[in-house]
Design a protein around this ligand. Structure first.
Ligand SMILES: Cc1cc2nc3c(=O)[nH]c(=O)nc-3n(C[C@H](O)[C@H](O)[C@H](O)COP(=O)(O)OP(=O)(O)OC[C@H]3O[C@@H](n4cnc5c(N)ncnc54)[C@H](O)[C@@H]3O)c2cc1C
Length: 381
C-alpha cells in the first residue's frame, strides 16, 4: 500500500512514521525548500502524548522538551505583576505533558522517518484525480504520482483541501486575532535563562520564552482590530507594540535578524467531512483548533496514530478505515475547537478589568497555599 502525504509538518511526518510502522510506502511532498526549525513552544500532551509513546518517540521528545522555571506576568512598564513557579506550571499541565519547540517535535519525527519515507522538498500539489482503484496526484515538479491514499497534511491554508473539498473561504472561521512568532538571536537581559516573561495590555499580548539552551522565542498575539490589511509583520508589529517598554523594543529589534517569521491570522478550520474517497485531511488542514486551544500538535500526532491504526484494522477498505477514523477523532477535535472559541473572548482583552478577571485563576495559582494544594492534588496524586 502506498500513501502520498502533502506537508512535512508535525501531522505529515507523524503520518509517514505511523504508516511506515504498518508496512506502507510513503511519499512526503513539502513545499518549503528545506526543513524548518525552531518555531514556537507548544504544550504537547493528551492523545498526542499517548500516541508518541505507542510510536516509540516519547524518549526522544522528552530529551528535546524543556522546563519553564518561572512564568512571569508583567505590567506594561515592565514591573512584575505575579509569577508561576515551575511546580505550579507542571501542576496545571499535568504529568503526561511536555513543552517543546514545534521545530524540535518535527525534527524528532523527521529523524525517525527519513530512512523509511521518500521526502521531496520544494514541491507542491497541483492536481488530484481519483477513481475506485487509485488516487493520481499532480505535482509542481511536473510528475504525476499514484497511490492508494492521499493525505492532505498541508496546514491551515491547505491546497489539498482547496482542490478536493472546496475553497478556503468555505472552511476558515476567523477568530479575530493575529499572531507573529520568531526566534530571537539574543535573550533580552530582563528575561532570566529558562523563564518566560509575558505582558498583556490593550488587546495585545507579548511574550519572550527562554528555552534555556540559548534559544529564545518572541511571541506577539493581538486582536485583529489592531491590524491593517496588507501590512507586513515588521511594520505591523512596530506600529502596534511600539509604545510598550520592558523587553518589547529588544524583541522587535530581533525581528530584522530572524530567519523566518510565523505571521498569520488565528483561524479554525471547520469542515463537515475530513475524507472524500481516497483523500483524507489531517492536522491543521482538517480541524485547526488554533493556539487558543493549545492542542493542535497533540491532535496532529494523535490523529496520525489513529489513522494508522484504522488503516491497519481495515485492510483493503480505505473507505471503512477513514470513516472509523473520523468517527473516533471528531468529538475530541470539536471539543478543542469549542475551547478555542471560548478562549478567543478572553485572550488579550482590551478592557483592564476583564484582563484582571482573566488573570485571576493564575494569580490564585501563584499563591503559596493554592500552589501547595495543586502540587499535592495534581503532581503527587
Ligand atoms: C503560536 C502558536 C502556538 C501554538 N501552541 C500550541 C500548543 O501549545 N500546543 C499544541 O498542541 N499546538 C499548538 N499550536 C498548534 C500547532 O503548532 C499546530 O496545530 C501544528 O503545528 C499543526 O501541524 P500540521 O502539520 O497540521 O500543520 P503545519 O505545521 O502548518 O504544517 C504544514 C506543512 O505543509 C507544508 N505545505 C503547505 N502547503 C503545502 C503545499 N501546497 N504543498 C506541499 N507542502 C505544503 C508547509 O510548508 C508545512 O511544512 C500552536 C500554533 C501556533 C501558531
Amino acid at each position: 500500500m502506498r500513501a502520498i502525504i502533502i506537508g512535512a509538518g508535525i501531522a505529515g511526518l507523524a503520518a509517514a512514521l505511523r504508516l511506515s510502522q504498518i508496512g506502507w510506502d510513503t511519499l512526503v511532498i513539502e513545499r518549503a525548500p528545506q526543513r524548518r526549525s525552531g518555531g514556537y513552544a507548544v504544550t504537547f500532551g493528551g492523545i498526542g502524548y499517548d500516541a508518541a509513546e505507542r510510536m516509540g518517540i516519547l524518549p526522544d521528545l522528552q530529551k528535546k522538551s524543556f522546563i519553564t522555571e518561572e512564568l512571569v506576568y508583567h505590567k506594561p512598564n515592565g514591573e512584575r505583576r505575579f509569577s508561576l513557579t515551575r511546580e505550579t506550571i507542571a501542576a496545571t499541565t499535568g504529568p503526561r505533558s511536555m513543552t517543546i519547540l514545534r521545530g524540535d517535535l518535527e525534527t524528532v519525527l523527521y529523524e525517525r522517518v527519513r530512512d523509511h519515507a521518500e521526502i521531496r522538498f520544494g514541491t507542491s500539489i497541483t492536481a488530484v484525480d481519483q477513481d475506485a482503484h487509485a488516487v493520481h496526484v499532480g505535482l509542481s515538479d511536473g510528475t504525476v504520482e499514484q497511490a492508494d491514499l492521499l493525505i492532505g497534511a498541508d496546514g491551515l491554508h491547505s491546497a489539498t483541501r482547496a482542490l478536493v473539498f472546496g475553497p478556503e473561504r468555505d472552511h476558515l472561521l476567523d477568530l479575530e486575532h493575529k499572531v507573529a512568532v520568531y526566534m530571537l538571536d539574543k535573550r533580552p537581559d530582563a528575561i532570566a535563562p529558562g523563564t518566560t516573561g509575558t505582558l498583556s495590555a490593550g488587546g495585545r499580548t507579548v511574550a519572550v520564552i527562554s528555552v534555556g539552551d540559548g534559544r529564545n522565542v518572541a511571541f506577539f498575539g493581538y486582536r485583529s482590530g489592531h491590524a491593517r490589511p496588507g501590512e507586513g509583520a515588521a511594520t505591523e508589529l512596530h506600529r502596534i507594540y511600539g509604545d510598550l517598554g520592558w523587553v518589547v523594543p529588544e524583541a522587535l529589534a530581533g525581528l530584522e535578524r530572524a530567519g523566518s517569521v510565523y505571521f498569520d491570522t488565528v483561524s479554525q478550520v471547520v469542515a463537515p467531512t475530513w475524507h472524500r474517497g481516497r483523500v483524507v485531511l489531517l492536522g491543521d488542514a482538517a480541524w485547526c483548533v488554533t493556539l487558543f486551544a493549545g492542542y493542535g500538535s497533540s491532535l496532529a500526532v494523535g490523529g496520525a496514530d489513529r489513522l494508522g491504526a484504522e488503516l491497519d484494522a481495515h485492510p483493503g477498505d480505505i473507505g471503512a478505515a477513514l470513516t472509523a477514523w473520523e468517527k473516533a477523532l471528531r468529538p475530541e477535535a470539536e471539543r478543542k475547537q469549542r475551547l478555542g472559541r471560548r478562549v478567543k473572548g478572553v485572550y488579550a482583552p482590551a478592557n483592564p478589568l476583564l484582563l484582571w478577571l482573566t488573570q485571576l485563576p493564575l494569580r490564585l495559582a501563584a499563591l503559596p497555599a493554592v500552589r501547595r494544594y495543586m502540587i499535592r492534588r495534581f503532581i503527587k496524586g
